[in-house]
Design a binder for this molecule. Structure first.
Ligand SMILES: NC(=O)c1ccc[n+]([C@@H]2O[C@H](COP(=O)([O-])OP(=O)(O)OC[C@H]3O[C@@H](n4cnc5c(N)ncnc54)[C@H](OP(=O)(O)O)[C@@H]3O)[C@@H](O)[C@H]2O)c1
Length: 323
């Protein structure tokens, strides 16, 4: 099968399309023939060893000190079940499925755990739409629900509201009953409001400080603001959730946990079947829709990476395996 292989950390040029052996599903695993994958900010960080802040050390220990341990990146996917490993029930060969794996989806086939984040494609959703859902959707769900603990009626500020995670965070905060203000550049206003934001801020022409202390939660998907700036727009018990963080934010999280006031909450996103099911249900109920920026053939993966690295994408950047 064809796969996007990288053997050294570096720019998009380290990725090459090569023929590799077809993986085999072990007990409890499924082999999926991938129709569509995507390139995410996580793939870019792993490819370039661009781990934010203090994560540089654990990142390299986990994924390879001098060079990457795994050769194929790629987390979200949609495709068809090609083979079932021993003991797998609940899936059938040929069934359309979508999901999220740590690594390996930048390939024509990927092996996933049957009890992991993989489910049948929701009714009425095209395969390419399903492939655009897991990364942004799962991240946004976990950060809003588990770390920001958003409640109905609360006011949420989403910084990076049109991006890979932000485009889902706006919709999911709305689905959770919150009132959303989105932050992106002026050209994205109509798009972000269309996702459900009641208000919009163009970060290039308006300082966030002018908004006043009225938010229960600030979600920064970009790394654009620090706690000082977030504090200026948070209510007295409001919470700041930066998706990228270093030692400074870790200290602030500890400090605010002990001494109270406006809080910093940190974490990493999850990838459970149950949470993927929440996203699928919201899609079926019309409360969440996948957002696709551009599509590239697998052979165009370097261009896909280049777009993701601009930090100005609008939703998911897809890979079409058959193209
Ligand atoms: N901790 C975890 O477990 C976890 C999980 C998932 C993701 N992450 C991290 O979270 C981050 C989110 O990734 P993503 O894929 O959503 O990023 P992304 O797609 O690159 O974000 C793009 C968004 O940011 C906006 N933006 C760019 N520059 C800005 C600025 N200076 N101020 C405000 N907004 C700005 C863009 O708007 P315009 O296009 O209009 O400029 C667009 O809305 C990544 O760094 C990723 O590593 C962490």
């Amino acid at each position: 099968m064809k796969a996007a292989i990288y053997r050294n950390y570096g720019g998009p040029e380290v990725v090459r399309i090569e023929d590799t052996p077809l993986p085999e599903p072990g007990p409890g695993e499924i082999l999926v023939k991938v129709a569509h994958g995507s390139v995410t900010t996580a793939d870019w960080r792993l490819r370039a060893a661009a781990f934010p802040g203090i994560l540089a050390v654990p990142g390299r220990l986990m994924f390879g000190l001098r060079r990457p341990r795994a050769a194929v990146l790629g987390s979200e996917f949609a495709g068809h079940v090609a083979a079932l490993g021993e003991g797998v029930t609940g899936f059938a060969e040929g069934q359309a499925v979508f999901g999220f794996v740590m690594l390996g989806a930048h390939a024509e086939y990927v092996v996933v755990k049957a009890d992991g984040a993989v489910l049948p494609v929701p009714e009425g959703l095209a395969l390419e739409e399903a492939a655009a859902l897991p990364f942004g959707g799962l991240s946004a769900l976990v950060f809003l629900r588990d770390f920001a603990e958003v409640k109905p009626g609360q006011k949420v500020l989403v910084i990076g509201a049109s991006g890979g995670v932000g485009a889902y965070a706006v919709q999911i905060a709305r689905a959770m009953g919150a009132e959303v203000t989105g932050v992106a550049s002026a050209a994205r206003e109509g798009f972000v409001r269309g996702l459900g934001a009641e208000a919009f801020v163009d970060y290039r022409s308006q300082s966030l400080r002018t908004l006043g202390a009225r938010f229960d939660a600030v979600i920064d998907t970009v790394g654009a603001v620090g706690f000082a700036e977030a504090k200026a727009v948070l209510k007295p018990r409001g919470v700041f959730v930066p998706l990228n963080f270093g030692p400074k934010e870790m200290g602030q999280a500890l400090w605010t946990r002990v001494f109270g006031g406006r809080r910093v909450r940190l974490g990493v996103s999850g990838d459970t079947k149950a949470d993927l099911g929440v996203l699928a249900r919201w899609v079926e109920e019309g409360r969440l829709r996948p957002v696709i920026d551009r599509r590239f053939p697998l052979a165009g993966i370097r261009e896909a990476y280049a777009l993701v690295e601009t930090r100005h994408r609008q939703g998911a950047v897809l890979l079409d395996m058959a193209a």
